[in-house]
Structure formats: C-alpha cells, structure tokens
Write a new protein. Structure first.
Length: 353
C-alpha cells in the first residue's frame, strides 16, 4: 500500500539517539537490545557491546568482543547472554563485560538465551532446547523436537521461570518443561499444518510469547493466536492468525502485525477483535509496541507509524532508519526504544499535539 497523508495529532520527540556499532549486519539477524534496571544493553553483528543509561543515552561502558554475533542480547541475574554464528553460547558479566563462561551447542542460535538465575536455556534452529547450569555452564538436559522440512528463519526465545520453561517450536507445538530435569509438564498444539505444499504447511511459532498474570499469549505463522493457562496449557481463547513478528500487550489488549501487514487488536481476556487497520498491507511490518496511549510499528522503508491504541487510527509518522528495523522495539510504557538495522539506538516519546 502507498502511504497517504495523515493529519498528525501526536508528536514524536527524540530523547536521545546513539550509534552503537554496525547494527544487524548482512545476515538476517534480529539482535534486540535488553532493558535491565536503569540500563539498556545492545550488541551488534560484530560483537560490540554498548551499555547506555536509558534515561540519558550516555555510555556506561562498551566492549569489543570480536565475535560474529547471531543472537542476543539478554541481561538477567547479573549475566549478559548472547550467541555467535558457530553455535556458541557466550555469558559475560553485565557489570563490565568480563567473561563468565561459554558453551558450544549443536545447532544455529538465532534467538536470545534466557535465564532464571539457576539455569540458562537456549533454543536452536534444528528444534533443540539446551539447558545449562547458570553458574558453571554445565549441561543439565536437552530436548529435541525435529523441525519440518521448511521453516521460517529464526526461533522464539524460551520463557524461563522458577517452575517452568516455556518454548514454542516450528511445528506449531508449545510446551512447558521442568527446569531441573526437562520432564514435560504439558504440551499444546497451537497450529496444525494444512495444505499440500511444504510452504502452505508452515506453522512456526516464530516469536517469543508473552507471560502475564498467569496467562501465556502465543502467536504462530499460518495458524492461530492463542491465550492459555500457564499451569496446564488449557486454552482460554484462540483466533485464526498468521504472524511472524513480536506481539504486544497493554491495558487488556493484545496487538499484533499479521503477515499481510494488517494491524489487529484483540481483547486479551476474551479474544474478541477490537479493531484492525489494513492501510499498511504488504509493507513488511515489524511487531507493534505500545507506548503511552499509542501503538508503534515500523515498515520495511524504516517509517515509524503511530496509531491510537483504542481504535487503530493514524496519529503520526516519521522515518527512523533507512535500512529498516528488524529488532523488536522495547518500551517501559512511556518511552519507546528503537534499534535500527544500521546501528542507531534511539529513545522516543509520544505526546498529543
């Protein structure tokens, strides 16, 4: 769809912006920053780490690791977690970047590792989850779920809590594991492959689900978006959907970008469709993110579009990165953090005009 002029009723203000390395590089990586306390952590495709004060954008420290990074970055329980292009999990101190441990796994890692402080879990493109001791890196267990013939490039990060590890797979299955021994707590089929060709039968759970107040929100490609109980996996609601981008939750509404470029909002409790916006079809939309009373999304040309969170009507537009934005946007509710493919990290605020 061609962009049409809009009446801008909101203003996008730049709090700060900072060049933080080479960005996503030439590979189809989705290196997403991480917010932890007062800091925001980023890593580029060449392994350069920047830690910024997220209020001012000032550099707290930086480090060149000279690694070819394929996945990252997470900052959890004093650790920075990332992975390189050879399938090696790298764990550093989030205080100064000093090395803690590293571990080679069998498979390509394209999503950020996660930890609950006791274990570290990482998912690979060949359908495996590896779980290691967070302090030593010693192997604890792994689980293999063989992928279909054809899949989307990328995997979700597992959700790691004290009592369970939740993971989605490229065959449409979503599972909960005991973190200590890998026993399966429950399993649900989010999407069922349909059609004759392998292309039609792709039903990847491609992005990290959301866990909020005991409910898991899971989205799949050419399948469904679903809400399920974290304890049992029992379904609360589901709607037909096709999405491979991150989802957002705010004020009892779930937002996502459909594969065709439709922006949709559902009631998070019931699954009722609240609104949809079809004015950005086939513009390669990122996953949406809520900021204040608005919803932000970036298209393949690097335009940031802002819509009213309540009705999906356009309120503002600006260009943020000519190379686009593959990394999921982050928010603390009032400030939007955008990491462009070219390596520019910026903090934005939105206010009514």
């Amino acid at each position: 769809m061609e962009l049409v002029d809009i009446k801008e009723t909101a203003k996008v203000s730049t709090l700060w912006n900072k060049n933080v390395g080479a960005g996503q590089g030439d590979g189809f990586t989705r290196l997403t920053p991480a917010i932890d306390g007062d800091h925001i952590y980023s890593v580029d495709s060449n392994g350069q780490i920047f830690v910024l004060n997220r209020s001012s954008g000032k550099v707290v420290w930086s480090k060149k690791t000279k690694e070819s990074i394929s996945a990252g970055i997470s900052s959890e329980h004093g650790m920075l977690l990332m992975a390189n292009a050879t399938g090696e999990l790298i764990v550093l101190s989030n205080e100064d970047g000093s090395p803690l441990w590293r571990k080679q796994v069998h498979g390509e890692i394209l999503s950020a590792p996660r930890s609950n402080g006791e274990v570290v879990a990482v998912q690979t493109m060949n359908g495996r989850i590896y779980v290691m001791d967070a302090k030593t890196g010693d192997d604890l267990w792994f689980y293999e779920n063989s992928p279909p013939v054809l899949t989307l490039r990328g995997t979700p990060s597992p959700i790691v809590t004290e009592n369970a590890i939740y993971a989605g797979f490229s065959n449409g299955r979503f599972m909960a594991f005991n973190p200590d021994n890998g026993s399966i707590l429950w399993e649900q089929r989010v999407a069922l492959p349909q059609g004759r060709s392998e292309l039609n039968r792709m039903v990847d759970i491609h992005v990290t689900p959301i866990l909020h107040e005991g409910i898991l929100y899971v989205s799949s490609y050419q399948g469904k978006v679903s809400a399920m109980a974290r304890g049992t996996g029992s379904g609360i609601w589901s709607q037909d959907s096709s999405s491979s981008e991150s989802i957002a939750l705010a004020n009892n509404a779930l937002f996502l970008s459909q594969a065709d470029g439709t922006l949709v909002a559902y009631n998070a409790a019931t699954g009722e469709l609240l609104w949809k916006n079809e004015q950005l079809l086939r513009r390669g939309l990122s996953g949406p993110q809520a900021v204040g009373d608005y919803l932000a999304v970036v298209d393949f040309k690097g335009f940031l579009h802002l819509v009213e969170r309540d009705n999906g009507e356009f309120v503002a537009r600006r260009k943020v990165d000519r190379k686009g934005v593959r990394a999921a946007m982050l928010t603390d509710g009032e400030t939007l953090y955008v990491y462009g493919n070219s390596g520019k990290l910026m903090a934005l605020q939105v206010s009514p005009r």
